[in-house]
Design a protein around this ligand. Structure first.
Ligand SMILES: [Zn+2]
Length: 177
């Protein structure tokens, strides 16, 4: 016999509460450095939504446009030039994908936006290469199809790490432009 479903209450009360609890845990990540709740200390370098390739918060947010512009300009230089200039593997990898799409007939602008998730991954890797970065990652499942994964990067001196990232990208650009 099929279960009887009351149309007014398709999610049983207790299950509904469980969803809320899960959400609280997922959102309540604590800083691995000082144990403050996320957003209440200066150690969050970048909180990145991997599913939608968005930078959500962190010290990097104030420089987001500058940094993404630099990464876009760098990947447009092509993987060989980047490798020769000493760029990290993830950046070279992103440039390889962009180059392949351009060779397939895409405009550079379209190729860069198509491969944007790889640019974000390259950004994460470049930040991790800075050294003392702790990575926490997970999945937020809101009980519907709306699950998404995130990665948070934490470091003692987040502002300094952002400055070093910009210096590093600028150094590569100076070499290539
Ligand atoms: Zn902290």
């Amino acid at each position: 016999m099929p279960p009887v479903i009351d149309p007014d209450d398709d999610i049983p009360e207790d299950e509904d509460e469980d969803f809320e609890v899960e959400e609280e845990i997922a959102e309540g990540e604590h800083c691995p450095i000082c144990d403050s709740p996320e957003g209440e200390c200066e150690h969050l370098l970048a909180a990145i939504d991997r599913t939608y390739s968005e930078i959500e918060s962190g010290a990097i947010v104030a420089y987001e446009r500058t940094i993404l512009d630099m990464i876009e300009r760098l990947v447009a230089k092509g993987p060989d030039a980047l490798k020769a200039a000493g760029a990290g593997h993830a950046l070279v990898q992103a440039a390889t994908l962009v180059e392949a799409d351009v060779e397939g007939g895409m405009s550079m602008g379209d190729a860069v936006s198509t491969n944007f998730p790889h640019l974000i991954e390259a950004l994460c890797s470049t930040l991790e290469e800075d050294g003392d970065v702790t990575v926490t990652e997970g999945e937020v499942d809101e009980g519907t199809d709306e699950s998404w994964s995130y990665v948070n990067l934490w470091t003692e001196d987040a502002e300094g790490a952002v400055e070093r990232l910009i210096d590093r990208l600028q150094g590569l650009l100076d070499e290539l432009e």
